[in-house]
Design a protein around this ligand. Structure first.
Ligand SMILES: Cc1cc2nc3c(=O)[nH]c(=O)nc-3n(C[C@H](O)[C@H](O)[C@H](O)COP(=O)(O)OP(=O)(O)OC[C@H]3O[C@@H](n4cnc5c(N)ncnc54)[C@H](O)[C@@H]3O)c2cc1C
Length: 447
């Protein structure tokens, strides 16, 4: 490794890091920008584990702006720049019982006021459009034991769908970043930030001591080398605490394991062929009225992905930055227990969709949400009292659909701008996602 000093080093080449690196380089063409990752390629962390779904059916202003501007940008990349992201508006279908519908009425009104393209379906409509669904469990004792709720209404979101997270990460952001002269360094883990006094070292033991102003000038890699930069941007997602806690920075991230299960079978053709919802002629991404259990249709190979489920009682995984075993870090573990599908999600889903009865699991995998437990939105901030550091993390399970806006806001913070220009000319006050003047409104559309 050369002794070269970069203007900016982004640590973490997930979708948030690579979008940030792209906008920093694009708006500062003369600056040297490096992005690095412990994995062998960009997007190989939790970005690779995601379901790749997007939606604009939010009622909080922040959620709505972050997701709808990002998705509009991804549409532009696909339609105008002709980079195929396999982005398809397959629609989202939220199934609800009567009580959930009443609870969500205010949220639905806000969506309609904001011109979000939604439609409310009533039970008869749902049964007609989605004939494989069981909607009534009044006389089903087994289902009542499982706390299964009836399906009385559904919210259908039209401008919602799926895209390939790997393609937007690598085929667009990484490729364009490199074209602009941005540099990449993979298979390199950062073990720690080196905290220095700002300005000259005075030779006091334990520098920087309390009264000295502080700055990050370099990081130590797993190869024992030091890499230098004027500014470091930490975009390490669920691993945020490992680098930040040892220098006293709390990014609000709690890592939570989330699993996806895949069932593939020719019997599913019947379910996956559906002419009522979208141009793809398949069922929508469908969320069931119990603990947010969902299915994603994958029509071309007769499979569905299954996720969601209650997280109450599930552990957050804390790794101790001082004694971490990098060869066996639980946050790198992408395996999941197939029995969780059998005893949890399958029991619920096979009541709603009997077509799934006795179909074996084909595969499963897991990743970690970087959850901001306070308001479930990203944090983009410069920690108090430490120069040369910006933190971009805590996407909380919706980082794919918000990534473009997050990258632009991080760039605006780096350049000292008060407002970020999001796609479509939308202005966003940078401090809204910071820690000191945070201004994130409450999301009411929660099922
Ligand atoms: C099962 C599952 C389903 C999901 N489904 C969706 C969905 O449908 N829609 C949606 O919008 N979001 C979804 N998400 C969330 C989405 O995947 C994340 O919000 C998004 O990928 C976060 O991007 P990131 O760049 O912050 O994190 P990551 O992609 O995890 O990137 C962080 C990077 O930092 C690197 N790194 C960490 N520590 C170090 C270090 N010390 N040195 C060097 N490199 C380091 C990692 O290797 C990693 O590549 C899902 C997540 C999971 C787990």
């Amino acid at each position: 490794m050369s002794e070269k000093k970069y203007d900016v080093i982004v640590i973490g080449a997930g979708l948030l890091g690579i979008a940030t690196a792209y906008y920093v380089k694009k708006n500062n063409p003369d600056k040297t920008v490096l992005i690095l990752d412990k994995e062998a390629s960009a997007g190989a962390g939790n970005t690779a584990q995601s379901a790749g779904m997007y939606r604009d059916t939010f009622c909080s202003e922040v959620n709505l702006i972050l997701s709808s501007t990002s998705i509009d940008f991804f549409r532009y990349v696909q339609n105008e720049l002709k980079i195929d992201l396999t982005l398809k508006d397959i629609t989202y279908l939220w199934l609800m019982d009567r009580e959930q519908f009443e609870d969500n009425k205010k949220a639905i009104e806000v969506m309609l006021d904001n011109k979000i393209r939604i439609e409310i379906l009533e039970k008869e409509d749902i049964e007609k459009k989605f004939p494989e669904l069981i909607t009534n469990f009044d006389n089903n004792e087994d289902a009542q034991l499982l706390n299964i709720k009836n399906i009385d209404y559904a919210l259908l979101g039209y401008d919602c769908g799926e895209l390939d997270a790997d393609k937007i990460t690598r085929d667009f952001y990484e490729t364009e970043f490199k074209k602009l002269g941005g540099e990449t360094l993979y298979s390199t883990r950062i073990n720690r930030f080196i905290l220095d006094p700002k300005g000259e070292k005075l030779g006091i033991p334990g520098e920087p001591v309390g009264w000295q102003e502080k700055k990050i000038n370099s990081v130590e890699t797993d190869k024992g080398e030091y890499i230098h930069a004027e500014t470091f941007i930490a975009a390490t997602g669920a691993w945020a605490n490992e680098l930040l806690l040892p220098i006293g920075v709390d990014s609000r991230v709690m890592p939570l394991k989330k699993s996806l299960y895949r069932v593939q079978h020719t019997r599913l053709t019947e379910l996956l062929e559906n002419e009522s919802f979208n141009e793809e002629k398949t069922i929508p991404f469908t969320i069931f009225p119990v603990h947010g259990v969902y299915i994603r249709p994958v029509k071309y190979n007769n499979s569905i992905w299954i996720g969601g489920g209650s997280v109450v009682g599930k552990p957050y995984v804390i790794t101790d930055p001082e004694s971490i075993d990098y060869s066996d870090n639980p946050l790198d573990d992408n395996e999941t227990d197939p029995r969780r599908y059998e005893y949890d999600l399958y029991l619920i889903l096979s009541e709603y969709l009997p077509i799934l009865k006795d179909l074996p699991l084909t595969s499963c995998w897991a990743g970690y949400y970087a959850v901001n437990t306070a308001d479930k939105n990203p944090v983009i901030f410069k920690p108090d009292g430490i120069d040369g550091l910006i933190v971009v993390t805590a996407a909380s399970g919706s980082g794919i659909m918000k990534a473009d806006a997050i990258g632009r806001i991080a760039e605006a913070l780096y350049n000292g701008k008060k407002h970020a220009d999001l796609y479509g000319g939308v202005e966003f006050k940078v401090s809204r996602l910071g820690l000191k003047e945070r201004d994130v409104d409450k999301e009411y559309f929660v099922i």
